[in-house]
Design a protein around this ligand. Sequence first.
Ligand code: MN
Length: 720
Amino acid sequence: MEEGLSRLIETLKKHHPDADTALVEKAHAFAKKHHGTQLRASGDPYYHHPIAVAQILADFKLDTSTIITAILHDTVEDTDVTFEDIEREFGKEISKLVDGVTKLTKLELQSEDTKQAENFRKLLIAISEDLRVLLVKLADRIHNMRTLHFIAKPEKRARIAHETMEIFAPLAERIGVQKMKDELQDLAFRELHGEEYKSIINRLEYLRSSGGKVVDKIVADLKETLIKAGIKAYVSGREKTPYSIWRKMGMKNVSFEQLTDIIAFRTIVDNIEDCYKTLGIIHATYHNVPGSFKDFISLPKENGYRSIHTVVMGPDHQRIEIQIRSKEMHDIAEFGVAAHWAYKQGQQFNTDGKQYRWVRELMTIIEQAPSAEEFFEHTKMEMYHDQVFCFTPKGRLIALPRGATPVDFAFAVHSEVGRTCVGAKVNGRIIPLRTQLNNGDQVEIIRSKSQKPSPTWEKFVVTGKARSEIRRYVRVEQKSEYIQLGKNILVKLFKEEGLEMHEKDLVQVLPLLEKQDIEELYAAVGEGLMSKAEVLKAVYPDREVATKRKKLSILNRLKRHKEEESGEKKLSIPIRGIAPGMAVHFAGCCHPLPGESIVGIVNTGKAITIHTADCHELERYVDEPERWIDVAWEDDSNSAVFVGRLKLSLAHETGSLGTLANTVAKAGGNINNLRIVYRSTEFYEMLVDVEVKDVKHLANVMASLRAKSAIYSVERYVKT
Ligand code: MN
């Protein structure tokens, strides 16, 4: 028997004495035969890989079906074998498992496709149907990572390592398989940050050699202390992984000085009671470092991890970290669901068990839109990083490219929805149409029959569909505007010339002017492609246009224009989209500033109130879309000064108000009103009105304030 196979069978039999080893041998022969002459990048026969994957799983005490699935896991994908073949040779259970693994592999391949939403569900379903599928996939990834250095192309190695770090390691962590997570992270870390990896390894070696027997001594001391107290315990010192050391260094900005900084001491006892007894003894013997004690037994981590962590000043006055747990807790910490699986061995796998709570949670999270972001957070499914998944109010999942806005969403739902979109609510809140959507957002499009796509939308949409629809609409719209304009120009000209314009006269000269119909003629004049004089001349060939008079009037207009320009800057409201003569005022609830998205609401009496597009007050007008008007700031609205309202809390101490005033002044703002809304012995809370140029300016003021230690918090004030 080949060495790989005999070792595998030996491990399997150790944990499962009555395993069907004949079937394992059969699977081995099957994989060997069908992978044939295929080779790995290392030059090894390909079938060595599935056997190595099976060995990893056997070490995790997994059952025969999982082992056989591992042996067969690449046959359908990479050889001429079909599921029917596998079902015939190895039965339904195994063929289903192999099918699941193959699906996951495909998902990996298609990660840059647009089918993610669907595949993503497939992934979840595959996981929730049988976790063994995921375990095989993780073991597969571990072996591929162990042999990563055989791959020649650095970009390919980096891509695989990155995927491992972002997807597979978090998945291993999520199902509590600490051991797999550690190895995956370490292997990926070594590839992605080779230099750092090396320097940590060197440092570890140095500490190990200079630290001498310090670890052994601490282990012996701890053991003795516990034995004296009558506790049966297994004590060990385990080095943290290079990756976890590196992360800790990065996050807490710490260096590691001595060996005890990187060793976690572990005390494994018989039961929960002994865990707490052990803790008591250790704390009675050594000084506890305040704030370091964590009890994950009474409050387990989400993935089921249970243990007590504490840091004490050890026998030689070094800080040492000690983990205390029972044997069962330890197995679950190391092997996660694999341990559960081993414990439950023989029973049919199902997701009802308490320990599989997270699977059901995942399913619920993905069903319940608002918290989907949480799921993406947890598993870091970077695979889908270029996309966002949003939901319609009825729960339909819409996949969009990252950066998509509610307008993209609306057009993706239906062209008609896009065309009539006037506003959007995300997770129940009105937001500006240009806002970028996030994963899991529930988007409700507010529509109005009279709405038309705005040309300004084109600036922020990211989907081709939305863009082309907007362009098409704008073209049609523009044409009708040109028609109207051209017609007005001609009517006016004829009138100025003391003539009456009749459409039938124009129709008669269409061939002369090379136009198909009267609309085309109007549009040409409106767009300036044809001069009005040319049209007049065609209808009345003998008439001279009063050109001189025309020139004069143009000169006059230019003159008037110049006078206006050079004169005092008008203090008109710098907002586009408002008809002249309409009264405008800025809402006191949100204090809109130039540079941010705004919405106009028509009040009775035709006055218009400008709100920020995310103002809560707008919710009151949701049912009256006809009152909404699309407005925007003029590009150069720098003539006026606006008031931004801030909510501040600052230290109740001498000088803090001075700091506030100075900081605002230094940032070019001006406080024009200030009101203390709450006063305690520690702090003030106040509303401050600051005169600024625009929203960017206000942001600068806020940033300067935040930099001051006397100022605890600064927020834009919003009426709620
Ligand atoms: Mn494989």
